[in-house]
Ligand binder design. Structure first.
Ligand SMILES: NC(=O)c1ccc[n+]([C@@H]2O[C@H](COP(=O)([O-])OP(=O)(O)OC[C@H]3O[C@@H](n4cnc5c(N)ncnc54)[C@H](OP(=O)(O)O)[C@@H]3O)[C@@H](O)[C@H]2O)c1
Length: 294
């Protein structure tokens, strides 16, 4: 089976759980022409989304027997119980595959389905989908980490190809997947928290917090663009990498205690990267360390 973006021969897909991830997956698959059966424990939710996407709503779990792939997009802690419910109530379709969307787990929580003869695996979209997000482009060109049975991974690859996504290959089994997910959470949560501290620092210094938010998000975007092509060391900018101790001292004096603590914690890594890059010499690094000890 081969598929190009916007052209599906991946057969009907069931999505169970229509929160942030399930809704985004459903929207993207529907746009790619994949026939969908949508299930949520609140039937009205499935019906509303199905109507807007031209999909079928499953009033009962049993209706997932009409699809060859079920993608569970329920909360991580519910994967096992929903899998058990599907295993006991849904007549296993031909060539049945069950995937979950969790980044942390391998296929183990889908064991009730594996025991019932389904091929099981995980397909985790490496994207940030806040609750209630209606961004229809959230999964554009998204990366997915896969795990599980070879047939389940093959099916996941077909679906990902349908929606123009990419596979991020992991090596090393369940531990690798957990490390991958911890790194992703650190980045997504860390960036958002850092942005919150930055907005706190801007309070009272900018005319319009709304405009400042857009401007600083654009700054973050420019850093991310550099990171994607050049990596961290080559992307560093600012007074530390220029060895400008006086500017750094002035900045630290003005910062609130929270921002200052965070900045100081990160400076160790900044100095190391700047030394590696050769934009800072040992004497300048010493001067920065001394400043932090003041
Ligand atoms: N959000 C992200 O950024 C993101 C990114 C990648 C992967 N994921 C993964 O996607 C999955 C879903 O996460 P989410 O962010 O979409 O969470 P979410 O917005 O909280 O949605 C979870 C959905 O699971 C349903 N659910 C919970 N317990 C259930 C149960 N016992 N039976 C049936 N349905 C149940 C909820 O139904 P109700 O609406 O009825 O409560 C809700 O619709 C998780 O595995 C998560 O790790 C999330």
């Amino acid at each position: 089976m081969s598929a190009r973006p916007g052209e599906s021969d991946a057969g009907p897909v069931g999505i169970a759980g229509l929160g942030a991830a399930g809704t985004a997956l459903a929207a993207k698959l529907a746009a790619a022409g994949v026939p969908l059966v949508l299930y949520a424990r609140t039937t009205a939710r499935a019906e509303a989304l199905a109507t807007s996407l031209g999909a079928t709503a499953a009033g009962e779990l049993e209706e997932l027997g009409a699809v060859s792939t079920v993608w569970l997009a329920v909360s991580d802690r519910a994967i096992g119980s929903v899998a058990a419910e599907i295993a006991s109530r849904v007549k296993r379709p031909k060539a049945a595959v069950a995937l979950h969307a969790s980044g942390f787990y391998d296929e183990t929580p889908l064991a009730p389905l594996a025991d019932a003869g389904w091929k099981t695996g995980g397909a985790h979209p490496l994207v940030s989908l806040p609750p209630g997000s209606q961004d229809v482009h959230a999964l554009d060109s998204a990366w997915f980490a896969l795990c599980g049975d070879p047939r389940a991974r093959r099916r996941a690859r077909e679906l990902i190809a349908c929606i123009g996504g990419h596979e991020l290959a992991l090596v090393g089994g369940a531990d690798a997947k957990r490390r991958y997910h911890a790194a992703a959470s650190l980045l997504a949560g860390g960036l958002a928290s850092l942005f919150d501290v930055v907005e706190e620092e801007l309070d009272g210094a900018v005319k319009s917090p709304r405009v400042a938010r857009a401007a600083f998000a654009a700054l973050a975007g420019s850093v991310l663009d550099n990171l994607a092509t050049r990596g961290a060391a080559a992307s560093m900018t600012g007074p530390v990498v220029r060895g400008d101790v006086e500017v750094l001292r002035g900045q630290l004096e003005l910062m609130g205690p929270h921002a200052r603590r965070l900045y100081e914690d990160l400076l160790g890594r900044v100095v190391r990267l700047a030394l590696e890059r050769g934009s800072l010499d040992a004497a300048q690094a010493q001067a920065i360390w001394a400043l932090l000890d003041e």
